[in-house]
Ligand binder design. Structure first.
Ligand SMILES: [Zn+2]
Length: 327
């Protein structure tokens, strides 16, 4: 009675050539269901038809846009079916299934096609409703399978986004510490340490390591652990601070100038670290050595001077105490 009871996946597997052996992996994990429903994107289904043909699906549903309506469609198709849902795709596919499966209380497996953010194994789904993105409570998958052969074929920028999103944990936990000291917000130490330990192994890599199995393994493990830190605290406090507020503000108020989530939070983290924190984790040095600094220069249309203006919008996103409350 004095323990935290956490919902965590019973199956976590990463490596190469996994998708073709999906049935075998599920069997080994004792995930035996009469039916399996595949939810994926059409282009992915076509690209990986050969590997997917090794598994029999009672139904295949195609989704694309990360829309709330698509989540309702998945709920309708899966509700009366004793099936294991297999979500194979990018963040939008995983988030649709994450939310739908939670609403109809069905187990699901996440097979990400890219490692672009820490939503792979989290309890928060980001879906678009009436043109606006919203963070919604959901449940983590019962299994996560990360096939590096698939991840390696995703655009390099997605890998950069995942790295930046994960390393931004180091900014989020500093905001949490600040909130504890300044306004007495309690810290969930388990969530805090999971978030921190998820990110730290990434800091040793350089641009030459991009795409290597070592980096992919640390990134995959880190993103899963980061998701579990959200499960531990029941919210995103340990993984989302002022840098995420900036990214959400860009998405909400300047959608025409928004870009990939991880790239926006990484850019914001760099400026926050330099201006307000003395960069204790040397993230700006890391961004330079891994090649993210160049990515920010190419993809972020905002200047450092625009940042002050963005802070006022970021403060409207949610009432979460961050470094912005101290300036
Ligand atoms: Zn994020």
């Amino acid at each position: 009675m004095f323990y935290n009871l956490l919902k965590t996946p019973i199956l976590i597997k990463s490596g190469r050539q996994l998708l073709g052996g999906l049935d075998h992996i599920l069997h080994e994990a004792h995930l035996l269901f009469p039916n399996k429903i595949l939810v994926t994107q059409k282009n992915l289904f076509e690209a990986y038809q050969h590997q997917l043909s090794g598994t029999i699906f009672s139904k295949t549903l195609f989704v694309g846009g990360g829309l709330m309506d698509e989540a309702f469609h998945v709920m309708d198709e899966c509700r009366n079916n004793d099936a294991l849902i297999i979500a194979f795709g990018g963040g939008s596919v995983l988030d649709i299934v994450k939310y739908a499966a939670c609403r109809i209380d069905k187990p699901y497996i996440a097979i990400p096609s890219a490692l672009s953010n820490d939503g792979i194994c989290s309890c928060v789904a980001r879906l678009t409703k009436n043109g606006k993105k919203a963070s919604l409570d959901a449940q983590p998958p019962v299994g996560v399978i990360i096939d590096f052969d698939i991840i390696s074929k995703s655009p390099k920028i997605m890998l950069y986004a995942g790295i930046a999103d994960l390393v931004s944990n180091l900014s989020a936990i500093q905001d949490w510490r600040l909130a504890y000291h300044n306004v007495g917000e309690p810290i969930n130490e388990l969530a805090f340490l999971l978030s921190k330990q998820a990110a730290l192994p990434l800091l040793r890599y350089t641009e030459d390591d991009m795409g290597t199995d070592n980096l992919l393994k640390d990134l995959a493990n880190g993103l899963i652990t980061s998701g579990l830190s959200m499960v531990a605290s029941g919210n995103s406090r340990a993984t989302s601070g002022a840098e995420h507020l900036i990214s959400h503000a860009i998405d909400e108020f300047f959608p025409e100038k928004s870009t990939i989530h991880g790239i926006q939070v990484g850019w914001a983290q760099g400026i926050i670290a330099k201006r307000y924190r003395n960069d204790p984790f040397y993230v700006n040095r890391f961004h330079e050595q891994i090649g993210l600094k160049k990515v920010f220069e190419e993809m972020i249309p905002w200047s450092e001077d625009d940042f002050d203006m963005l802070i006022s919008y970021a403060m409207k996103i949610r009432s979460r105490y961050t470094v912005f409350n101290t300036i």
